[in-house]
Ligand binder design. Structure first.
Ligand SMILES: Nc1ncnc2c1ncn2[C@@H]1O[C@H](COP(=O)(O)OP(=O)(O)OP(=O)(O)O)[C@@H](O)[C@H]1O
Ligand SMILES: [Mg+2]
Length: 250
């Protein structure tokens, strides 16, 4: 069965002054895939993620979503797209420290204003429970561990049921155990159909991928599909993915 694309990137370039950071990138992201972006530091991974997700604007090229070129949207349409259709998680969590866990998760839902406050709260509680945070809903963000904060950020990113979840090194600031918990949460959501695009340096994170894009010098140097993640075959998977990454020069 062929997968349908959710995003189509055409001839995307990004320059800073005269420096080409992304050079003529063509790429499709497929629905329900867990796509991982890897590559050396400075290769352009974060820049690619930001330009696909409308957090930044390409110098040239198109990003097609729903038959629309996102680079051409008006500010109003762009703001709605960001609230409704994408979720974003960052290495540094970006939570609002003076709000509680539940308030952080509800906030994007209340800003979107398509549902009642009660509906938003109910879904936030469901998400937090699913992420193992039911005992922490009323807690202040400052009292949580890094792994708990990142799971709050995942719940917040999913509150408006986005079409795509983007993540830039979501385990980069976490210890190994918390990192695995966050990856398990992302995997579970992906298995429930959530499309995910994640940048990482971490092999353990890359093992969750259905597909890995290897970026080098601002272009896609490698693009390979893998069978969906299965915890019981982790050893063989690690060998397969690690040896491919080494071929790529990782
Ligand atoms: N706002 C900016 N102005 C000028 N140059 C920039 C800007 N943002 C990024 N760059 C440059 O673009 C290149 C790619 O940066 P990017 O952050 O995308 O790399 P990366 O692959 O995510 O690296 P890392 O793995 O270290 O996060 C780097 O050389 C960086 O210095
Ligand atoms: Mg980066």
């Amino acid at each position: 069965m062929s997968k349908s694309n959710i995003i189509k990137v055409q001839q995307l370039s990004k320059h800073y002054d005269n420096h080409k950071i992304l050079d003529n990138v063509n790429l499709e992201i497929f629905e329900s895939d867990f796509t991982v972006i890897m590559g050396p530091s400075g290769a352009g991974k974060s820049t690619l993620l930001q330009n696909i997700s409308t957090m930044d604007k390409p110098t040239s090229g198109k990003v097609i979503f729903n038959q629309q070129d996102l680079t051409k949207l008006t500010d109003k349409a762009l703001s709605l797209f960001r609230k409704k259709d994408i979720g974003f998680i960052f290495q540094s969590f970006n939570l609002i420290e003076h709000l509680s866990v539940l308030e952080n998760v509800c906030l994007p839902g209340l800003l979107l204003k398509t549902e009642s406050k009660q509906q938003v709260i109910q879904r936030a509680k469901q998400l937090l429970t699913g992420l193992g945070l039911d005992a922490h809903m009323e807690q202040a963000i400052t009292h949580l561990s890094g792994g708990q904060k990142q799971r709050v950020a995942i719940a917040r990113s999913l509150i408006n049921q986005p079409k795509i979840l983007f993540a830039d090194e979501p385990t980069g600031a976490l210890d190994s155990t918390s990192g695995i918990e966050v990856l398990d949460s992302l995997t579970l959501n992906n298995q429930n159909g959530q499309t995910i695009v994640m940048v990482t340096h971490d092999l353990k994170a890359a093992l969750r991928a259905d597909r890995i894009l290897f970026i080098k010098d601002g272009t896609i140097f490698g693009d390979r599909n893998f069978t969906p993640y299965n915890a019981s075959q982790i050893a063989a998977r690690r060998i397969e993915i690690e040896s491919w990454l080494q071929e790529m020069g990782w």
